[in-house]
Design a protein. Structure first.
Length: 120
């Protein structure tokens, strides 16, 4: 990949890497909730701490994203987090992918695609 193409791709990589990080927050939140239900305070506070740290890093990265691209473009891509959180639920927590969830994710992704490809 030549240098120019990579420099054009960098903002998108930053955007989607930041959104992936935001989706990871949901995993820490779920693990904190599991720790609470098991009355495991060390697990609960560890996961809450990781969740807070991840949110802090996300907030700094999100500001960098917003500096580099239009607001409507960045926010419309946040719908991709729905896909990530569903995948994390399946991979880490044994949650099921139902037809309804799959259809919902598809609708969200089509919506993101429609917004980001609509050039006036």
């Amino acid at each position: 990949m030549n240098r120019q193409k990579f420099s054009e791709l960098k903002p998108m990589l930053l955007l989607h890497g930041t959104l992936l990080l935001y989706a990871v927050v949901s995993v820490f939140g779920k693990l904190a909730g599991i720790g609470m239900s098991m009355e495991n305070t060390s697990m609960t506070f560890t996961m809450l701490g990781l969740e807070l740290l991840t949110l802090a890093v996300y907030s700094v990265l999100w500001q960098q994203v917003l500096k580099r691209m239009p607001l409507h473009f960045a926010y419309s891509n946040k719908g991709v987090c729905t896909l990530w959180t569903c995948m994390f639920g399946i991979l880490f927590f044994g949650e099921a992918l139902t037809w309804g969830k799959a259809a919902g994710i598809l609708v969200v992704l089509i919506g993101v695609w429609l917004v980001v490809t609509d050039h006036e």
